[in-house]
Ligand binder design. Structure first.
Ligand SMILES: Cc1ncc(C[n+]2csc(CCOP(=O)(O)OP(=O)(O)O)c2C)c(N)n1
Ligand SMILES: [Mg+2]
Length: 610
């Protein structure tokens, strides 16, 4: 057997660079890296030696670098991914939040933190946490519950099995998620004689699992008896690239479709069978259809609480839940009748079994009523003299200036709920929402990842002042790497959405808006100046009309562009929506809390978990 002598780190990077997707592209598009003693000499030297084939990018924070990587994979429907390497200790644990984000959203990312010395000679090394009773524990063990596959590389030859396992996990449609290979510092630098064919190009095809014929028959029998079925389109429609299949299925059987946050843009917003966003941040049209539905067919959805109205939305006493999902865990959730398969393949099998069944699509007036309510809140205000703009009017302005190539993206705050309700998404994945972990600080780095995935698209990142303050430093990376993104920063001087949630659960306004937080000096942050200091082009605008004008300018700007607008923290779209289970205190000295508790107990009665 021919062998090549390389360090473990050199072998890992060479192997990674040779793994391809079905389209012949490297599955790992590049590596985000912040070096420290735990990875600079080993992984760092290896990345340098392979830099022609696997690019390395330097960010400012491990968490946000990983957000960029994850957003990239999401935008490309998991067909490609990125890796992120950190030193040991704080650099590694900075990536934990991102690992959890990828885990919740079932997105591939290869995390490669350095780890303590396998040989333990210099222990305790800088940043080693030291467990008194367990010699095998390091800070990286925190990754175990938030990695789909975790391994610690303590001998070079472990990579011969660990690396294929890593790619298997990232390219498996059901098990897909973050992989963490914690790489002991001394092992990275250790040489080994590797079989030459370990470095041959290898293609990883994302399989499309076929359904079990018995499950197809059972589910078809249920669906055939339905009077008013509904389809919930989740993120799995995007990841399974099942858009055309979904549309054909819905049209053939005349079944209305509603969309989750991850599933939005599965069908164009104006398709006659797209009844809009579902759930807590849903449209009245979608939620009315769901409340009535006797058969709910989820496709590629995790049925998270925002989708199901905390399981109080599907109110038909006779309703049956069907879950078409590539992951058996999701297919059998909450008493669902499982149809475990790839979305596209499952739909075509189900269509065949259903034969010439046909249902009655709901009244289209539900949609026109919803859009007239939605348009009222997004239309430009008639006068802009005495009132702060609302976030809904900001969405209207962005929508009016958006073109067919626009991707709007966001993760946390007021905007995800409002965008879910109000954004009119045309093309699949023109709407990129991280709402599995809804992680503040995903936005700017995520926008970078989206733009790297689709360089020809206009990427608009909607970001609140809170999220901006939590993580903004990758804006400098966007400038440095010439990644043209547009930020629309809504400054309502605090955590507007949580302030409203606090009020609706009977709480006094407290510790959310900056004015209600402990302070000596009122906060007055100049966001435009801050963004400009990192090299972005910026505009501070006062009105919706100015915002629209600035967004036209943004398109012509050569690099990252930030528009800042002050908005009113109090209004949100009242139309649509459904109850969300947020537990209210059972006892309280405050009357509004006691009242909120009463309302809460009433709503709880509608919750049906199975
Ligand atoms: C990392 C993280 N911490 C806390 C939260 C809880 N949270 C959700 S939205 C939000 C406030 C967001 O404020 P901002 O970005 O200004 O948006 P706004 O609601 O004001 O529009 C908070 C604290 C979260 N989602 N993520
Ligand atoms: Mg805010």
């Amino acid at each position: 057997m021919k062998t090549i002598r390389l360090t473990a780190a050199q072998a890992a990077i060479r192997y990674i660079a040779n793994q391809l997707n079905e389209d012949g592209e490297p599955f790992i598009a590049g590596c985000w890296a912040i070096f420290g003693h735990g990875n600079v000499a080993g992984i760092g030297e290896a990345l340098h030696s392979e830099r022609e084939r696997l690019q390395t990018w330097r960010g400012h924070n491990e968490q946000t670098m990983a957000h960029a990587a994850i957003a990239y994979a999401k935008q490309l429907g998991r067909r490609r991914a990125m890796m992120v390497t950190s030193s040991i200790g704080p650099g590694a644990t900075n990536m934990l939040t991102a690992a959890a984000l990828a885990h919740v959203n079932r997105l591939p990312v290869l995390l490669m933190p350095g780890d303590v010395f396998a040989g333990r000679g210099p222990d305790p090394v800088l940043q080693q946490v030291e467990d008194f009773d367990d010699g095998t524990v390091s800070a990286n063990d925190c990754f175990r519950p938030v990695s789909r596959y975790f391994d610690r590389i303590m001998r070079p030859e472990q990579l011969l099995t660990a690396l294929p396992r890593a790619f298997r996990t990232m390219t498996d449609p059901a098990d897909c998620g973050p992989v963490t290979l914690a790489f002991c510092q001394d092992v990275q630098a250790e040489a080994y004689d590797w079989p030459e064919d370990f470095f041959a190009h290898k293609t990883w095809r994302i399989r499309r699992p076929q359904p079990d014929p018995v499950e197809v028959r059972k589910v078809a029998d249920i669906l055939r008896t339905a009077r008013n079925p509904v389809i919930i389109a989740g993120g799995g429609v995007h990841y399974g690239q099942a858009h055309a299949d979904l549309q054909a299925f819905a049209e053939r059987f005349a079944i209305p479709v509603v969309e989750t946050q991850a599933g939005k843009s599965s069908l164009p917003w104006d398709h006659r069978l797209n009844f809009g966003p579902v759930g807590v941040t849903g449209a009245s049209s979608a939620n009315a259809v769901c409340a009535d539905a006797d058969v709910v067919l989820g496709i590629g959805t995790r049925f998270q609480d925002f989708t199901t109205g905390s399981w109080a939305l599907f109110n038909n006493p006779d309703r049956t839940l069907i879950s078409l999902n590539v992951q058996a865990y999701d297919a059998a959730k909450h008493g669902a009748e499982p149809l475990c398969a790839d979305a596209a393949v499952g739909l075509s099998a189900l269509a065949e079994a259903l034969g010439d069944a046909r249902f009655a699509a709901p009244d289209p007036a539900l949609k026109s009523d919803w859009f007239s309510a939605a348009d009222r809140v997004t239309d430009a205000p008639e006068s802009e003299e005495n009132a702060l703009p609302t976030d809904m009017q900001v969405i209207g302005a962005v929508q009016r200036s958006a073109g067919p190539d626009t991707v709007v993206m966001c993760a946390a705050g007021t905007m995800p709920g409002e965008l879910h309700k109000l954004w009119k998404a045309g093309r699949p994945m023109s709407y990129h929402m991280e709402y599995g972990y809804s992680c503040m600080g995903y936005e700017i780095a995520g926008a970078i990842g989206v733009k790297m995935a689709e360089p020809d698209r206009d990427v608009i990142c909607m970001i609140g002042d809170g999220s901006y303050m939590m993580a903004n430093s990758e804006l400098a990376t966007a400038v440095m790497m010439d990644i043209k993104i547009t930020l629309v920063l809504t400054d309502n001087r605090g955590f507007g959405c949580i302030n409203r949630l606090q009020m609706s659960t009977g709480g006094e306004q407290f510790n959310n808006l900056l004015d209600h937080a402990q302070h000596v000096n009122p906060s007055r942050i100049d966001f435009a100046a801050h963004a400009a200091s990192m090299g972005a082009e910026t505009r501070k605008v006062a009105t919706i009309a100015e915002l629209e004008a600035a967004l036209v300018g943004a398109r012509e700007a050569p690099g990252p562009f930030v528009v800042v607008i002050d908005t009113d923290p109090y209004p949100s779209t009242e139309a649509g929506g459904s109850w969300w289970d947020v537990a209210v205190p059972e006892v309280s000295a405050r009357e509004p809390v006691r009242k909120a508790r009463e309302r809460y107990m009433e709503n709880l009665k509608r919750q049906r978990v199975n």
